[in-house]
Design a protein around this ligand. Sequence first.
Ligand code: EPU
Length: 339
Amino acid sequence: MLQIQENVSLKPYNTFGIEAKARYFVEINEEQDLVSLFSDAQWHAFERLVIGGGSNMLLVTDFNGLVVRLNIQGISDYAEGDTVFVEAGAGEVWNDLVNFCVDNGFAGMENLSLIPGSVGASPIQNIGAYGVELKDVFESCRAFEIATQQFKTFSKEDCQFGYRESVFKSALRGQYIIVSVKFRLSVTPRLNLSYGAIEQELANRGISNPTIKEVSQVVAAIRVSKLPDPSTIGNSGSFFKNPVIPQAQFESIYKSYPAIANYPAGEGYVKLAAGWLIEQCGWKGKTIGHTGTWKNQALVLVNHGGATGQEVYSLSSQIIDSVYTKFGVMLEREVNIIQ
Ligand code: EPU
């Protein structure tokens, strides 16, 4: 039975820990709940916000519509030779799924350990860390089409994954609700240890031939050392995307800043580390009112307690302005801004 609540505080539902209210709030525990909800013309037409773990959004004000929180649970798996397919409900906590896979010896997810958020949100922005992206382990997802109230399966190709991008953020934005995701893993590990910090941490621990469990532990340790834990310091991970700029523009910046952190990004383009740019503008570890940037990672904006969404948003605008003024590079917010 669907329970629609009124005037619900969203503080427990966003990892930034921002106090904002939803006019209406409903939790979806099974697929059929979506059919019941959206076959009602009143709710179909209502402004809505679909959330999972609330780990990639900033609530700038109260939300004067219906918040739909996905809470569909369940993890199942089956093997075909070396390949293991794992299917998880959208409401499963991402890291619980990673732990399930690591504990069962299903390889592929270990570099994605400890990313906050839910399974259902993972394809939307093609989450990634330490040399691996969701698309590398994605098989398909099942999603509910709001307009027709039908369920549809999306293949990897259908999802059009890019860097922190998918069709669910672009052409199909707001049209589908992901209810479950199927992953393609392997019982034969193919470790991706290319990310410098992983190699270094394995060496520090004297591990030369790591298991997936050890890789998962090393990734978790690196994250803990660099990133604030949202259960104690509100945040949404990287607030901005790493900008991709044309080679010619890069070369002109490089002349003045030869130490600039950069990575290849396909023919004629270079990706810059937004954290580096922000740090160069003097923002790293700064506190402004109740907000600021994290002392170990300038790309992460934090709530030191009691910050409003407006305060965090306004800090992000100041950062965009100063990076643009100094480097001529326009940062793009990665976090979903709800206003
Ligand atoms: N850097 C600085 N100063 C800073 C932060 C970073 O100089 O304050 C430099 C570092 O020294 C390094 C480079 O920037 O040379 C890259 O930093 P890091 O390895 O921390 O990664 P990132 O590019 O800042 C990205 C993802 C993270 C992911 C890490 C690890 C984006 C927007 N962010 O951050 O993802 O965990 O790589 O793979 O792509 C997220 O999306 O929420 C997220 C946390």
